[in-house]
Design a protein around this ligand. Structure first.
Ligand code: UD1
Length: 433
């Protein structure tokens, strides 16, 4: 097992380029199942979640050519299975994004029921209810969802209880070739939904309103394979913006649309960061002589404050000049970072879905464990300004969503390396030995 080792206190400056969005690439890959032929996806991040989705597609019969590090040619002409096994769904919940596409392609699907994960129960009831309105029948046995469409797929009016990203995407993909018109009300509005709709429309779909709370899909007969560039990753970008904020920068973060991070950037300006917006980049700095200002945030679906930026923001606020209040409204268990930051000297108290962050003067380097993907990146961020060395365990979480994270930080001047963990030798110390 690898660990990341950081020596804190070195300035970080320069330019960093973000990759294509993980949350978009995974759904675009799933969508290729609906367009027999070779879909070319460019700007695909080289991260472990993408590798897992590649395995899911291969398991279903797709042939994937890695044309270069960020270009996948996915041939779905010969897909001959509609069964997604538990091993893959358990490894990555987003594997459930193949449900809608398989139903569109075959009129049936078997997908393992996802369990919870370390940020919450993460149910998929809204995916199933929405697809049921389109004519899908479900049976759940032995941990698998069996979907069938005895009468075919038909358009329907669906109103989501909560603007769920995954439910909106599965419904969109279940409705593209359904007979008639589907409307999804209270749809998620994330930029990744727009990216998916854009690719599907290029492939022959008729989707209007993606990016608004009401999406209309007029069913078409079939889709064809296209070439598509994955939208820039606003969360990877936001992570480097937060890193510039905590270290002082200046750092220019390139290849994403600053509008996709509008609220985060405005909040960070209020916390004392200076942010210069360009067309596809931002330059971020903060005079390190001036403290970070405390603020309150609450996570909400887009265009609200993204839950995927909550951990990085908690890390900034842990060093603020006063008390901040964070409310997590999207996931019920996304504060596990707090205990790790407290090991580094932070003063954070959790009360249900609120965190009370009392700013401290600095972090003290310590061995810590990544609780999840964004929490792992946030611990590296804390290590960059901590006194002494920080060792971050659980690096596989970070690998799920950040490409070359250590190398990118090192190129900005961080004293950071990825090393093999040295197991502690406890031989002969067990009282049961
Ligand atoms: C996606 C993103 C994730 C991001 C999240 C919210 C991917 C691969 N992941 O996750 O990074 O943090 O959006 O922006 O794109 N819920 C239900 N029933 C459902 C569906 C959702 O109760 O049928 C609940 C979930 O448990 C969660 C909340 O709704 O508490 C939001 O979930 P959702 O928007 O669906 O997130 P994901 O699509 O899983």
């Amino acid at each position: 097992m690898d660990i990341i080792q950081v020596e804190g206190g070195f300035p970080l400056t320069g330019e960093v380029t973000v990759e294509g969005a993980k949350n978009s690439a995974l759904k675009l890959m799933a969508a290729t199942l609906m367009a027999p032929g070779v879909t070319t996806l460019t700007n695909v991040p080289n991260i472990s979640d993408v590798h897992t989705m590649g395995t899911v597609l291969q398991c279903l019969g797709a042939v994937i050519e890695v044309a270069d590090e960020h270009t996948l040619k996915i041939d779905t002409s010969c897909i001959d299975s509609w069964v997604t096994p538990y091993e893959l769904v358990a490894k990555m919940r987003a594997s459930t994004a193949v449900l809608g596409p398989l139903i569109t392609r075959f009129g049936k699907a078997v997908v393992a029921m996802p369990g919870g994960c370390n940020i919450g129960a993460r149910k998929i009831d809204m995916h199933l209810q929405g697809l049921a309105a389109l004519g899908v029948q479900f049976e759940i046995d032995h941990g698998n969802i069996h979907a069938s469409t005895p009468e075919g797929l038909h358009g329907a009016q669906v109103e989501l209880e909560f603007a769920s990203v995954g439910a909106t995407e599965n419904l969109l993909m279940g409705a593209v070739c359904a007979k008639g018109t589907t409307t999804i009300d209270n749809a998620a509005r994330e930029p990744e939904i727009i990216d998916l709709a854009n690719m599907l429309n290029d492939a022959g779909a008729n989707i209007q309103g993606a990016g608004t709370p009401s999406i209309t899909i007029n069913g078409v007969d079939s889709l064809h394979a296209v070439k598509h560039k994955v939208v820039g990753d606003r969360i990877e970008a936001g992570t480097f913006v937060a890193i510039a904020g905590i270290t002082g920068g200046p750092i220019t973060v390139k290849d994403f649309d600053p509008e996709h991070l509008a609220l985060v950037l405005r909040k960070y300006e209020g916390m004392g960061l200076s942010i210069v917006r360009g067309e596809n980049e931002v330059t971020v700095s903060r005079p390190t002589t001036q403290p970070i200002q405390p603020t309150d945030i609450q996570t909400l679906p887009f265009p609200g404050f993204p839950t995927d930026m909550q951990a990085q923001t908690m890390t900034l606020l842990a060093l603020a000049n006063g008390d901040s209040f964070i409310t997590e409204n999207v996931f019920e268990n996304r504060f596990m970072l707090a205990a790790e930051l407290n090991r580094m000297g932070a003063d954070i108290r959790i009360e249900g879905h609120h965190a009370i962050v009392h700013g401290v003067k600095g972090f003290s380097g310590a061995p810590v464990t990544s609780p999840d993907l964004r929490g792992g990146a946030a611990l590296v961020m804390a290590g960059l300004v901590a006194d002494g060395y920080t060792k971050i365990d659980g690096v596989h979480h970070i690998d799920r969503g950040y490409e070359h994270f250590v190398e990118k930080l090192a190129s900005l001047g961080a004293h950071i390396q990825r090393v093999k963990a040295q197991p502690l030798n406890l031989d002969g110390l067990s009282p049961f030995a």
